[in-house]
Design a protein around this ligand. Structure first.
Ligand code: IMP
Length: 197
């Protein structure tokens, strides 16, 4: 089994990546297993933050590292919260506060269009000059009140087009098949399969 450190302490992400990488014989280890503190995410773009997180985890673990930087971009808010999604409601970061702020910001707003973005970076080591980088989006709408208990983050407010369900009301396998993270990871897996073929 190949070991990979996930440059995140987010249990929601660890679960989703673990499920999706298991069939390729990857063991996904959280960076906490190496006592790696969360990296800074000071950059204005998802790709720069994902690279910074992957490099930090690869350097401190000595293992290949996978990082995702992801977030929610809301059309009526000019793309906010974007790279600031995790801390939109203030410090310390809290999904409940983030969701409350999003609903308040969209009060009275008819345009509810939004999409999640995920940028994935895989580094084989900290100095890897050729990171694998993949990006995907998941489009939907922001509900007027939270629905469902699954997923994490903004999922209770994210209406999945065509299903009439929030991202917190669908199963994790459905979410993995549709989501920004699932789609970006599918691209990464395709590349890894073609590499080892
Ligand atoms: P990151 O750890 O800096 O990538 O933070 C991403 C933030 O975006 C999370 O803390 C969530 O608030 C939000 N987010 C990203 N992906 C998802 C998702 O699949 N569902 C719900 N919220 C998400």
């Amino acid at each position: 089994m190949k070991r990979l450190v996930l440059a995140s302490n987010n249990p929601g992400k660890l679960k989703e990546f673990g499920e999706m990488l298991a069939p390729l014989d990857f063991e996904v280890l959280p960076q906490q297993a190496f006592a790696i503190p969360e990296a800074e995410e000071p950059h204005p773009t998802f790709v720069e933050n994902a690279l910074a997180k992957a490099r930090h985890a690869a350097r401190l673990s000595g293992l290949p590292a996978l990082a995702d930087d992801s977030g929610l971009c809301v059309a009526a808010l000019g793309g906010a919260p974007g790279v600031l999604s995790a801390r939109y409601g203030g410090e310390p970061k809290s999904d409940a506060r983030n969701n409350a702020r999003l609903l308040a910001d969209l009060a009275g707003q008819e345009d509810r269009r939004a999409h999640y973005v995920c940028v994935l970076v895989l580094l084989s080591h900290a100095q890897d000059p050729q990171p694998l980088i993949f990006e995907a989006e998941w489009h939907g709408e922001i509900l007027r009140e939270p629905r469902g208990r699954g997923g994490f983050g903004y999922d209770p407010l994210f209406l999945v087009p065509g299903l009439g369900l929030s991202a917190a009301e669908i199963s994790s396998s459905q979410k993995n098949a549709l989501s920004h993270r699932g789609l970006a990871l599918a691209k990464l897996l395709e590349r890894l399969r073609s590499r080892s073929a």
